[in-house]
Ligand binder design. Structure first.
Ligand code: PRP
Ligand code: MG
Length: 243
């Protein structure tokens, strides 16, 4: 009941123990049905193994993180509304298909969220991109909002909110609040995040139960410095080379 896979669930094998496919049971009752965890395939875990290695070269981190971000992007697009749409095939028959029902906008939370922009642009050419610049105070870890830029009609768009890390949830809550103030319904927001933990999922789920969350990994939890464990370190610093 707690976790709904983005597509299908894989059967746990020796290489993919069940522990890796589910959040710690103590938190499960707090996770809403809006949490979509990518199927924990061996391929996905191999990709994660590269990027979680503290000794990973930056070009490997960027490349393999990009592959996971592509999977997340595709899973997020699967959650958007589609409407019936028919085309005529080259042999003159009708194909009763589907197309996106609503307009889209991608909103990376600057800075680290910008690491996810290219993969979204690669699959949705010409997509509109809003920006919200939020930085956590280095000591207090409290998020601060510095800058926003959005299309005027954002309230009527499906919003893919992008940030690779959902840790305490402070940043995500601040960004969602900005969107809600502009009139975006919770149900129109899909938060796409590379890695998260039960604390972050609960923070967003308690306050905004209508917001759906797509992630590739749910960690054990946070340490005293608000870092996820076992985690990936500081995604933005590793991706952009500022560590
Ligand atoms: C990081 C990360 C998230 C946020 C997650 O951003 O990119 O935005 O922390 O933490 P939270 O859930 O506890 O708020 P940071 O402010 O470190 O800056 P960056 O995006 O420039 O890396
Ligand atoms: Mg950030």
């Amino acid at each position: 009941t707690a976790l709904r896979p983005a597509t299908t669930t894989t059967t746990p094998t020796a290489a993919t123990p069940a522990r890796q496919t589910e959040a710690p049971s103590a938190y499960q009752h707090r996770l809403g049905s809006g949490v979509h965890l990518l199927p924990q395939t061996d391929q996905l875990r191999a990709l994660h193994t590269v990027v979680r290695d503290r000794d990973a070269r930056r070009e490997d981190f960027v490349f393999y993180a990009g592959r996971i971000i592509r999977l997340l992007t595709e899973a997020a697009l699967n959650l958007l509304p589609f409407e019936p749409y028919e085309v005529t095939t080259p042999v003159g028959r009708t194909y009763r298909g589907l197309r996106f029902a609503d307009n889209l906008v991608g909103v990376p939370i600057v800075r680290a969220g910008e690491s996810m922009e290219a993969e979204l642009r690669a699959v949705v050419p010409g997509i509109r991109i809003g920006k919200v610049l939020i930085q956590r105070d280095r000591t207090t870890k409290q998020p601060r909002l510095y800058y926003t830029a959005f299309p005027e009609d954002i309230a009527s768009r499906q919003v893919l909110l992008l940030d690779p890390m959902l840790a305490t949830g402070g940043t995500a809550l601040a960004a969602i609040e900005v969107l809600r103030d502009l009139g975006v319904p919770e149900e129109n927001i899909v938060f796409v995040t590379f890695i998260t933990c039960p604390e972050g999922l609960a923070a967003v789920g308690d306050r905004y139960p209508g917001v759906r969350i797509v992630t590739s990994a749910i960690e054990e939890g946070l340490n005293e410095n608000a870092f996820m464990m076992p985690g990936i370190g500081d995604f933005g610093d590793r991706y952009f080379g500022t560590d």
